[in-house]
Write a protein that binds this ligand. Structure first.
Ligand SMILES: Nc1ncnc2c1ncn2[C@@H]1O[C@H](COP(=O)(O)OP(=O)(O)O)[C@@H](O)[C@H]1O
Ligand SMILES: [Mg+2]
Length: 249
């Protein structure tokens, strides 16, 4: 369980999160929506302990991570896998090396075992044929798949964090990544691998999530399911979800 308890964070004079509170289970499928600069990426960094809030508590499985040592923090971070915005890959490494990177770096496994794990992961994500390709030879969608494979290698997360996983992709490719996100989150709660996807594309969010949070001016201006989202009386949010009327009934 993730719990934000009155979390505030400013950069200089700019308030990014303003006494924000919410709770989420690891098995939930959550989309965090909001315009550019509203603090979506910041929220993920706080969950990972890559940033510390100015005030408030962030509890992961009941432990306040804002007061942990770096080694305790690492342990908490292992509960999550993050796919960063743009899913940046190492340009000078092929797909195999990109996915093997953290195993080689942080585990003492022999190369044969690493190769077995990487191959298994690539097969799962339908990437086997691209194993020796360089990132520049791959389409945007394939690069994003490799980024997801890389985030999963060497760890057994309880929850995935996707930062703008479909941004910059054409609609068909974005749809393909949404399918992959759904496949990885298949199964019944509470066993399933849940996720938080941060996005400003509400049309992609509805393909994967069943809970929606809308960030505005440091607050959660909306938190609810799709039917509530479609019925929102908030004029700004209504504008945000307007495009939904064209793509779902
Ligand atoms: N390390 C930082 N130092 C100063 N300002 C930052 C830093 N990280 C983010 N910001 C600012 O905080 C705001 C929220 O950033 P971010 O969480 O990346 O927004 P979003 O992901 O919703 O587009 C933005 O205005 C951004 O410029
Ligand atoms: Mg962002």
């Amino acid at each position: 369980m993730i719990e934000f308890d009155n979390v505030s964070l400013s950069f200089g004079k700019r308030i990014i999160l303003d006494k924000m509170s919410f709770r989420a289970e690891f098995y939930e499928k959550i989309a965090v929506l909001g315009g550019s600069g509203e603090g979506k990426t910041t929220l993920l960094k706080l969950i990972l302990g890559l940033l510390n809030p100015d005030s408030g508590r962030i509890l992961i499985d009941g432990r306040d991570i804002t007061v942990l040592s770096e080694s305790e923090m690492r342990e908490s971070r292992m509960k999550f896998s993050i796919v960063f915005q743009e899913g940046a890959l190492f340009d000078s490494m092929n797909v195999y090396e990109n996915v093997a990177f953290s195993l080689r770096e942080y585990s003492a496994l022999p190369e044969e075992e690493i190769e077995a794990q990487v191959r298994e992961l690539l097969a799962k994500l339908d990437l086997e044929h691209a194993i020796y390709h360089m990132p520049e030879e791959l389409s945007g969608g394939m690069q994003r798949r490799v980024a997801i494979a890389r985030s999963l290698s060497g760890c057994k997360p309880l929850m995935m964090l996707y930062d703008e996983a479909t941004t910059g992709l054409d609609p068909l490719t974005a749809d393909n990544i949404c399918q992959l996100i759904n496949e990885l989150a298949a199964g019944e709660s509470p066993q399933r691998l849940g996720f938080i996807i941060v996005t400003h594309k509400v049309t992609d969010a509805v393909k994967v999530a069943d809970r929606y949070m809308y960030l505005r001016q440091g607050k959660i201006a909306f938190d609810g399911d799709l039917s509530a989202l479609k019925l929102t009386a908030d004029p700004e949010l209504a504008k945000f979800v307007e495009e939904l009327h064209y793509c779902i009934s």
